[in-house]
Write a protein that binds this ligand. Structure first.
Ligand code: ADP
Ligand code: ADP
Ligand code: ZN
Length: 215
């Protein structure tokens, strides 16, 4: 099974992807995570991407599509893929078609997380993750059960993204509206899009996605 989680920044793609990974052993392919790893490692890709990401603009299609192809090759053919934050442009959607075809994979579902934009700034400015295992949290909506301790790995260090601030979020939303939302009709024409209410409680969103995957 290969699925795309589509939605603006803060819609809940990463949160839901982590849950699917745990329940179904699928693999999360987050171009945002891959790019942040490249920035941290100081690779040529990272050096090129850093300033673009800090501004909240989109990194070049060629870079992210290359990352996705490499990651699919590294994980082998068995596990299902959850594309989180990719594709984000029409060119990336076309690349994904060829990337999947070359690996005998097919796209089963595009799950659109439908959210109210007004809620996204609060979601993003309150977001943090475990520095050890990467589990996502929120200051208000998903705090660790014991303050300062990761539920999943027991770690005590957490981190926040430099681009998770109110100004950058506006640019990221504008990028989503202008470049990413237009790819939906392409998938709608193939009859593989399902819309989920992303404003619902996290558990309800998960249940709605599970119902789609079980169809
Ligand atoms: P995305 O990957 O789409 O950018 P995330 O999954 O990182 O979004 O979610 C953004 C923030 O909002 C996180 O801090 C997360 O804990 C929180 N969040 C995710 N889904 C919900 C939800 N359904 N209700 C409330 N908060 C949520
Ligand atoms: P979010 O889901 O909160 O928007 P991501 O972690 O997916 O955040 O992306 C963070 C940043 O990384 C984006 O603002 C953009 O600069 C870059 N990025 C991630 N994925 C892509 C992509 N598929 N195409 C272009 N840029 C990307
Ligand atoms: Zn952890």
């Amino acid at each position: 099974m290969n699925i795309i989680l589509l939605g603006p920044p803060g819609a809940g793609k990463g949160t839901q992807a982590q849950r699917l990974v745990e329940k179904h052993g699928m693999r999360q392919l987050s171009t945002g995570d891959m790019l942040r790893a490249a920035v941290k490692a100081g690779t040529p890709t990272g050096l090129e991407a850093k300033a673009v990401m800090e501004r909240g603009e989109l990194v070049s299609d060629a870079i992210v599509s290359a990352l996705i192809g490499d990651e699919l090759d590294a994980m082998g053919p068995e596990a299902g893929a959850i594309f989180d934050g990719y594709p984000r442009t029409e060119a990336q959607a076309e690349s994904l078609d060829s990337i999947l075809e070359a690996r005998d994979r097919k796209l089963d579902h595009v799950i659109e997380l439908d959210v109210n934009e007004d809620a996204l700034v609060e979601r993003i400015t309150g977001r943090f993750t475990c520095a050890t295992c990467g589990k996502g949290y929120h200051d208000t909506f998903e705090k660790p059960h014991v303050e300062g301790t990761c539920d999943k790995c027991g770690g005590h260090e957490f981190k926040r993204r430099p681009d998770d601030n109110a100004e950058t979020v506006r640019t990221r939303m504008a990028e989503y509206r202008a470049k990413t939302a237009p790819i939906l009709p392409v998938y709608e024409a193939r009859g593989i899009v399902s819309k989920v209410d992303g404003m619902a409680d996290m558990d309800d969103v998960t249940a709605a996605i599970e119902a789609i995957l079980a169809r």
